[in-house]
Design a protein around this ligand. Structure first.
Ligand code: MG
Length: 259
């Protein structure tokens, strides 16, 4: 009787752990601004996100700015073909199109596209405002609220150069995974302030490789940008970082497949 009970309990446990299992890829490859380079797609376009998904990247990174009328849009630079995003309205930005004919994606549109699949995570970088720190905090807070509104939490990890914006995002959703980009904080400091990990420039990590070990010991995630050389990719793989952010995800996949 006890044996049967044990078997039944094991089956219940196994089935519940199976349903809880994530379908997201685990391969360290983060496409920087989507997978754009090899196919000549515009950075941060929906097409570059779709290509990162097609390649099976663990994550696809993109950048978020806020327009003058408080619309969050996806673009790398502070300007869209010479039009400053923070001082332009969304309507004004719509007068420009990306080279592949797309309009500038809103954060909502970008997340909605990403949520059509469950293999590639969406790595949301909210950009520090060039106007003031309050706007940086607002972009962090509004990004998290948009993710919550769309119920996109399981897809999204955050990165930011704004330490204050990062802390605001963590305060808005204490479960949000927020990694810091600037490279001027120790893993211990990040841990204390509730960050998920770091995403530092490869040059910072080459100078301070001990930060990778320290972060690993503290349970923080480790990521590096923007890693395009084979030598750097192999060095980071040897150090067992969690993620590598690259413009050349195809190359990184090839290196990983040969190891
Ligand atoms: Mg970025």
């Amino acid at each position: 009787m006890r044996k049967i009970l044990f078997l039944l309990l094991s089956m219940v446990f196994l089935s519940s752990s199976c349903t809880a299992q994530s379908t997201f890829h685990v391969n360290k490859v983060i496409a920087h601004r989507g997978a754009w380079k090899a196919q000549g797609l515009p950075q941060n376009s929906i097409a570059s996100l779709q290509e990162a998904i097609r390649l099976g990247c663990e994550g696809s990174e993109f950048d978020v700015w806020m327009t003058a009328d408080d619309i969050l849009v996806v673009n790398h630079d502070h300007d869209l073909q010479g039009m400053d995003i923070e001082t332009s309205t969304y309507e004004q930005l719509l007068t420009k199109t990306l080279p592949n004919g797309e309009k500038i994606p809103t954060l909502k549109e970008y997340l909605t596209e990403g949520m059509k699949q469950q293999g590639t995570k969406l790595i949301l970088e909210f950009k520090p405002s060039r106007i003031n720190v309050e706007r940086s905090e607002k972009v962090g807070e509004m990004s998290v609220k948009t993710v919550q509104e769309l119920k996109a939490e399981k897809w999204v990890d955050y990165i930011t150069f704004s330490y204050e914006g990062g802390k605001k995002a963590i305060a808005t959703d204490p479960k949000a995974n927020v990694a810091y980009l600037t490279g001027d904080k120790s893993p211990a400091q990040l841990k204390e302030d509730g960050f998920f990990g770091f995403d530092y420039n490869i040059r910072v990590l080459r100078l301070k490789p001990e930060w990778i070990t320290e972060a690993q010991q503290l349970g923080l995630t480790t990521n590096a940008w923007t890693v395009n050389s084979e030598e750097d990719m192999k060095w980071l793989l040897d150090l067992k970082v969690n993620f590598i952010t690259t413009d050349e995800p195809e190359k990184l996949f090839e290196i990983i497949s040969k190891r």
